[in-house]
Design a binder for this molecule. Structure first.
Ligand SMILES: Nc1nc2c(c(=O)[nH]1)N[C@H]1C(S)=C(S)[C@@H](COP(=O)(O)O)O[C@H]1N2
Ligand SMILES: [Mo]
Length: 327
């Protein structure tokens, strides 16, 4: 298993891809700063990036993306780490279980039902979802509640694009994300470590924030099974468990949804779960983190940032709220 994945990913040197992404992003950011037309520059940056991607072996299909000014400039974690060190309890609780046991997941055909307090409820086919809005490459810092972090080049578009099309009503105060629970495809479901299906939720304004990404890919390719194929949510200012994988239902609700981790351990995992270095998990501190790929002899701990470094974009969502109580 490990041997096979090594061979498959050998032509993807982690030192080269992140540097190229970094350079393309700089071009776009500099163009924006110089007041040049963003689109013409973004177009040329994209042409450049799809050309250099021609050598990347396909884990899934290749996706057409445009760069985003919301990407971090930090060096992306290697493709190998992003796709072999995962949390996806439907396939087991060890970090290498998802890559090992998720071959049985069938990401096609796939539909996502969008329902509840919306004027236009609809079942979207995955291929329809892929074309609903232009795909962006969003390089986000991700922070797991367990104390490790990664930088991941996701591919998707803001969930707000989907929300616009289904028209949430005045009763839509929250969004519930329901993910696949199929014993036939997911061996981990035999275990009662969590209540299945895995459910997550956001407040409607969090869901509509431009950082909240409906995600169909990473590193320019369709999502590998272990990362939540074919579609997941990504919420970069919250602990990783808020980013539910392999979504089958998005439900707009008036009541705050009961989420899987809260149900399992309400004193450890709150509804909000914003990354907060000042609020310790009951069993460990959240003040620092270990960046995957930086481990080793001279491993350095990084300071965890409030809202995972996205405070400028999202802190206002919580104005006046007690973030110790609302952990
Ligand atoms: N359906 C489902 N989604 C899930 C999980 C899970 O166990 N099941 N784990 C969460 C946790 S704890 C983390 S840290 C992220 C990990 O995403 P990644 O493996 O793509 O980095 O997925 C989240 N989404
Ligand atoms: Mo996590």
């Amino acid at each position: 298993m490990l041997l096979r994945s090594r061979i498959r990913h050998e032509p993807l040197p982690s030192e080269i891809t992140p540097r190229r992404l970094y350079q393309n992003r700089r071009t776009v950011l500099q163009a924006a700063a110089a007041g040049l037309a963003y689109w013409s520059m973004a177009g040329s940056a994209h042409a450049q990036s799809s050309a250099s991607r021609a050598t990347v072996p396909a884990a899934g299909g290749k996706l057409q993306t445009r760069p985003s000014t919301l990407s971090t400039m930090e060096k992306p974690t290697s493709y190998k780490d992003v796709t072999t060190y995962n949390n996806f309890y439907e396939f087991g609780t060890e970090k290498d279980d998802p890559v090992t046991y998720s071959k049985t997941l069938r990401p096609r055909p796939w539909t996502v039902s969008v329902e509840g307090a919306v004027a236009r409820p609809r079942v979207f086919d995955i291929d329809e979802l892929l074309k609903l809005a232009p795909l962006e490459e969003r390089i986000y810092r991700m922070r797991c509640v367990e104390g490790w972090s990664m930088v991941i080049p996701w591919v998707g578009y803001p969930l707000a694009e989907l929300m616009r099309r289904v028209e949430p009503t005045g009763n839509a105060k929250y969004v519930e994300f329901v993910t696949l629970a199929d014993r036939g495809q997911m061996p981990g479901i035999r275990s009662s470590v969590l209540a299945w299906p895995y459910i997550e939720g956001l407040r409607i304004d969090e869901a509509a924030n431009p950082l909240t990404l409906l995600t169909m890919g990473l590193y320019g390719e369709a999502l590998p099974n272990q990362n939540g194929a074919p579609v997941r949510i990504v919420v970069p200012w919250k602990y990783g468990f808020k980013s539910g994988k392999s979504l089958v239902k998005i439900r707009f609700t008036e009541q705050q949804p009961m989420t899987s981790w809260r149900r399992a351990a309400p004193h450890e995992y709150g509804f909000y779960s914003n990354v907060n270095p000042d609020v310790a998990h009951p069993r460990w501190s959240q003040a620092t983190e270990r960046r995957i790929g930086e481990d080793g002899f001279l491993q350095r701990k990084r300071k965890t940032l409030p809202f995972n470094g996205y405070a400028e974009q999202v802190a206002s969502l919580y104005a006046g709220m007690d973030l110790v109580k609302n952990y």
